[in-house]
Design a protein around this ligand. Sequence first.
Ligand SMILES: *[C@@H]1O[C@H](CO)[C@@H](O)[C@H](O)[C@H]1NC(C)=O
Ligand SMILES: *[C@@H]1O[C@H](CO)[C@@H](O)[C@H](O)[C@H]1NC(C)=O
Ligand SMILES: *[C@@H]1O[C@H](CO)[C@@H](O)[C@H](O)[C@H]1NC(C)=O
Ligand SMILES: *[C@@H]1O[C@H](CO)[C@@H](O)[C@H](O)[C@H]1NC(C)=O
Length: 382
Amino acid sequence: MLTVRSTIIIQFPKKTLWRTSELIALMAISTTLFLFIHTRDLSSKLKEMEVKMQPEDMVSANQISSGDSGPASYDMKAMMKMLQGTGGVTSLNPYELNNTRNAQQDVIFFNRVPKVGSQTFMELLRRLSIRNEFGFHQDRVQRVETIRLPPEDQLRLAALVSGYESPSVYIKHVCFTNFSEFGLPEPIYVNLVRDPVERVISWYYYIRAPWYYVERKLAFPDIPLPDPKWLKKDFETCVLSNDRECKYLKGETREGIGDHRRQSMFFCGHSEECTPFNTEGALQRAKMAVEKHYAVVGVLEDLNTTMTVLENYVPKFFKGASEIYWEEISRYNTINRNTFKPQVDEKVKDIVRQNFTKEIEFYEFCKQRLHKQLYALKLQKP
Ligand SMILES: *[C@@H]1O[C@H](CO)[C@@H](O)[C@H](O)[C@H]1NC(C)=O
Ligand SMILES: *[C@@H]1O[C@H](CO)[C@@H](O)[C@H](O)[C@H]1NC(C)=O
Ligand SMILES: *[C@@H]1O[C@H](CO)[C@@H](O)[C@H](O)[C@H]1NC(C)=O
Ligand SMILES: *[C@@H]1O[C@H](CO)[C@@H](O)[C@H](O)[C@H]1NC(C)=O
């Protein structure tokens, strides 16, 4: 299996990439260790989106626990009120909200989003794979990871995943890939989202944490060490001084520093329409993919609900998830905490939020859907 996976990686047009003047310019201008880079693939006329990933895509325990609110703290009245605005409570039926039953293969496709606690989630899945007896596969860590693929690579990926012995789980940083489009059996799509502004801040400090660039430097010695001035720049100053790195402009497709803005892109797919920041078209596509395909999109700030919904809607893989999470994994989260992340003023967050309207709408959409799924279970089991 490993060799098959490397083949796919080799297929990525890395050679073309390293030659692009854009990349060279970006590397020269900035010492940022994370870049979205775009280039033009002449043969396919598709823009490729490249993203540098790092092995330790971890999340802090603080970030998980601070916003955590599970069934214990659940306010039914508030929930009913919220759901009434989204199509009413009477239509809530676990069967109708269950995309797992549409899957045509017992393989989970988890296209994890960076900085959404997926390292923790991967550990959960790894442990569950032993307990519930399924295969565990993840994409190899790469220096530059392509998240937006041309159709031929989407097909190759879908074929690779469909080739795994079921039941299995496959994990990769990649945009939503529509298996049915290629005539391949529908997998069980699972993912997680997080408050989009918190996520951007988390990313901002993550790439500035000493262990991040030291480890990258060890893995890829030719990467230049970052400029100390850049390292010291805090998020608030970055936003308030109109720094390019912290400008979030509607419709912008610039792939550059800190372009970790578009969580929704991981759900929208590989289409060109998915690339402009904070646009209605990309938002609608992302929502549609979630509604049609995803079995569960969990919410990092609400892990208890996420676990309960996963356990009930994808039981074959997730039974016992809450227990493993709380008893075995949550303890280790402190190890991964980014102590270099300072508090960010709410006022600054609000400034950023004003430009993240579609991203916030997408996040709220996923949250409501998750709660609908939970509420449907409660209606079923009084
Ligand atoms: C989530 O569930 C765990 C285990 O059942 C519990 O200890 C914790 O208090 C819950 N958290 C919240 C915020 O409800
Ligand atoms: C938000 O968008 C407005 C309008 O496009 C722009 O002027 C402003 O600089 C942006 N602010 C941030 C923090 O990105
Ligand atoms: C995925 O592909 C199938 C088959 O072509 C199509 O019916 C479906 O609408 C696609 N899903 C999305 C979200 O585009
Ligand atoms: C959802 O569908 C899966 C697969 O058919 C099934 O195992 C699971 O029990 C269902 N969950 C709910 C809540 O209907």
